[in-house]
Design a protein around this ligand. Sequence first.
Ligand SMILES: *Cc1c(COP(=O)(O)O)cnc(C)c1O
Length: 371
Amino acid sequence: MKTIPFIDLKAQYQAIKDPIQQRIQTVLEHGQFIMGPEVEELEQKLNAFTGTKHCLAVASGTDAAVVAMMAMGIGPGDEVICPAFSFIATAETVVLVGATPVYVDIDPCTFNLDVRQLEKALSEKTKAIQPVSLYGQPAEMDEINAFAKKHELRVIEDAAQSFGATYKGKRSCNLSEVGVTSFFPAKPLGGYGDGGAIFTNDDGLAEAMREVRVHGQKSRYYHTRIGVNARLDTLQCAILIPKLERFSWELEQRDRVAARYNKEFKELEAKGVLLPLLAPNRTSAWAQYTLQMAKREEFQKFMQTNGVPTAVHYPRTMPDQPAYTELGRTMNIEVSRKMAETVVSLPLYPDMTDDQQDYVIEQTIKFFHKS
Ligand SMILES: *Cc1c(COP(=O)(O)O)cnc(C)c1O
């Protein structure tokens, strides 16, 4: 029996050990641990990568969305529409700024916000939409932006899982008024700790967000807004710079692994397994490779016994979480609830070898042939 990691960050570290250690060393020697030169260097490189005008490195993906919404003035009395099926931070950030989440269903093919549900969710109080580009695939951003424009809503793309993905040739994070992402270690572009970034092409909003990021400070000890402390450490920025240099190669590898899974699992469709689908005109960052199946629990046990970890993203919708049941407004979310019972993700990482993947494929197919 083999043992496969769910993701392998050690192989990645071995490949870029020298530049990472040099970068860390440089920071230790110059000693500017907060807002040191690596922060701006990373922000510029991230702008070049996404094609955006402004980037702000922040302490987490959660902070990224909070800072964006605070700078936009979203707060008590406002409603923010989001998909019911996502990591909890999508709803949590709305609640943290004092606004009310309004949950709409997802499209069963892409796992992303079903734009046909937007109209029904609209109210006098609707202020913004926070679509999620789940599992790495960008949401229907053109349709969402058009709807937002018509109803004068703000749009925050939660691109925590889709950094590096493209939509009609443009990068995720550069698909709406503002895009937010996460550098949590397991995300497509991960640091060695928490981190995140905000992207926009709007000069005024960028300035407001820069102030919010540092206690609402316009100039030293002069506070024109209520802010937070959401800066990203210089050390994390220094680590992310060499990681970003390898990132395009990693995206290709993620694509390679996902394409191979899709090819080899085609035969499982006859057994009722649904494979992840990409909508036209987009690429995925493949944060997760996620199947849908009825016998999930049995499958997970079988895989675990055979050395293959699997994971469920996510076992409950956000409005069905205990702390959220009394908050917000929930539309019909039957697809989301079904997904919560059927989705299961397999190991996928850029440094996955053919041998490792062969083993995951072999075990997966074995389960469906024996049952
Ligand atoms: C990870 C994640 C976040 C939050 O990012 P953190 O860096 O962990 O704060 C937000 N939204 C989604 C969809 C995520 O997957």
